[in-house]
Design a protein. Structure first.
Length: 493
């Protein structure tokens, strides 16, 4: 498709550099890229959200209830590994290879899960799908950064965010309907078929992209190796959650895996994160447990409604949609607040509010308590978490220096992914280790999440830097190994 991108050249560059120095897609090419990228993200989002509804049926059909937590959480662990790899790979070799590789692995993993004869094979398929999913989103973002003029990039990222809205509203319900009236394997097999159908469009987008501009990648190993180590440690921790018997050796393995995971992750986060040091470290720690606990509990919510309260899969799936709706409302309300002092308190208000209302969900896990208490609690939990989550993002970027916006964004993404994987593994271990009824085990596991919500609240109370809201986090080390606080004066601001 010739003419879909236009190269604009500087006046003083050599002939061989004219195309690569400053090339962007023209408006027609931008629209084409946006449509294809949003379609891919929508498919990934649909699969990620609908699987929560289908998983209880899958576990029963494959007699793999003990591997439920592993099947749900292994995707986040493997995503952590390849998301860290996709960025440097895109910088060094261009976005085409990681994107195509990611799509192929994502589809292959879903097909493996769709045709899995046992739960073990299903988990392997989920792991492969996670590896692929981690390499899909990053190249798409890199394509926008390298092929779309900066002034028009915000509309792309707004469209990418919107691509998660529709799947969050209808994905769980569609998955529940398919599970009830057809077959759970369709939930995992439909998306690869759709990806094959749109692959010609993906290849056309690849052909019209401007030539790749190589970027420095000196810190690839310093970034990728810790992320891979953290991901493998989380896989090991989630495997502990699927143990058939829990012995002292099993618990010891879990403790080692948890410690190793946080140790590997440490170089990728601001120094002082685990101590909730005031400023950016406390902000990142709050995100680890606020988002991590919420995502992990959401994974088990349909299971609890089906197994404890006897809800149908389609009705149980609505709990995910309800949380997504109230999360969106809370995020909208958070964004409407412009007063800096009030915005700085939103993370604590949201985290503390979530900590309180989640007790309703804990009580609702008991079979003699109405399930509507769970619905009420989760509705409010989504609202409070929605208030806090974007406020943490805005605050983290606001106290970071301009040259460190990307590193802070990376820390936020790592916190979200790792927190979800860790908390899902902990819930699985608690459920597997307790010899009680499933309802009581889920209640205790969710109560453990409340302890982590308390950590998120404590950290959220410490997000203001020592110098106040005008203080910025100066991160001289590219990997946050040696962050320093420096107060910004009114003149500097």
């Amino acid at each position: 498709m010739p003419g879909l991108f236009r190269a604009t050249q500087a006046m003083d560059i050599g002939e061989e550099d004219k195309v690569t120095a400053n090339s962007y897609l023209d408006p027609r090419g931008e629209r084409f890229l946006k449509v294809v990228a949003v379609t891919l993200i929508t498919l990934v989002a649909f699969e990620n959200l609908s699987v929560t509804t289908a998983m209880p049926t899958v576990a029963r059909a494959l007699d793999g209830q003990s591997l439920y937590a592993l099947a749900m959480g292994v995707v986040l662990s493997t995503q952590l590994m390849t998301a860290a790899l996709a960025g440097p790979w895109s910088d060094a070799r261009g976005t085409v290879r990681p994107l195509v590789t990611g799509l192929a692995m994502f589809a292959a993993g879903l097909l493996a899960s769709a045709f899995a004869p046992t739960m073990i094979w299903f988990v392997v398929g989920r792991a492969v799908a996670g590896l692929g999913g981690g390499m899909v989103i990053v190249p798409l973002y890199a394509m926008v950064g390298g092929s779309v003029k900066p002034a028009r990039q915000p509309s792309f990222f707004a469209a990418f965010a919107a691509a998660w809205v529709l799947p969050s509203l209808i994905g769980p319900a569609i998955a529940g309907f398919i599970v009830m009236h057809w077959n759970w394997r369709i939930v995992f097999g439909a998306v690869p078929v759709l990806m094959i159908l749109i692959m010609p469009l993906v290849l056309r987008v690849v052909r019209i992209l401007p030539p790749h501009r190589v970027r420095p990648t000196e810190h690839i190993l310093r970034t990728v190796l810790p992320a891979i180590g953290a991901g493998l440690a989380m896989v090991a921790l989630q495997m502990v959650s699927g143990a058939h018997t829990f012995t002292p050796l099993t618990y010891a393995a879990g403790v080692v895996a948890a410690i190793a995971g946080f140790a590997f992750l440490s170089p990728l986060l601001p120094r002082g994160t685990y101590r909730a040091k005031r400023g950016l470290p406390a902000t990142i720690l709050s995100r680890v447990f606020l988002n991590g606990c919420y995502v992990a509990m959401e994974m088990f919510m349909p299971l609890m409604l089906q197994e404890v309260h006897g809800w149908r899969p389609d009705f149980a799936g609505y709990i995910v949609s309800v949380g997504s709706i109230t999360w969106a409302i809370g995020s909208w309300a958070s964004g409407r607040i412009t007063d800096d002092a009030v915005r700085a308190r939103l993370p604590f208000v949201g985290a503390a509010g979530t900590t309180v209302v989640v007790w309703m969900v804990v009580l609702g896990c008991l079979p003699n308590v109405t399930a509507w208490l769970v619905v009420a609690g989760w509705t409010l939990a989504g609202l409070f978490t929605g208030v806090a989550y974007p406020a943490l993002s805005v605050h983290a970027l606001g106290i970071s220096s301009l040259e460190n916006q990307g590193r802070t964004s990376s820390s936020l993404q790592l916190a979200d992914t790792y927190g979800g994987a860790f908390c899902a593994a902990i819930i699985g271990i608690v459920i597997g280790a307790l010899p009680t009824s499933q309802g009581m085990a889920l209640a205790i596991a969710f109560a453990v999440m409340i302890m982590f919500f308390h950590v998120a609240s404590f950290a959220a109370a410490r997000i203001i830097p020592e110098g106040g809201t005008k203080a910025a986090q100066r991160l001289d080390d590219p990997l946050h190994a040696d962050p320093r606080m420096a107060e910004v004066t009114e003149h500097d601001a």
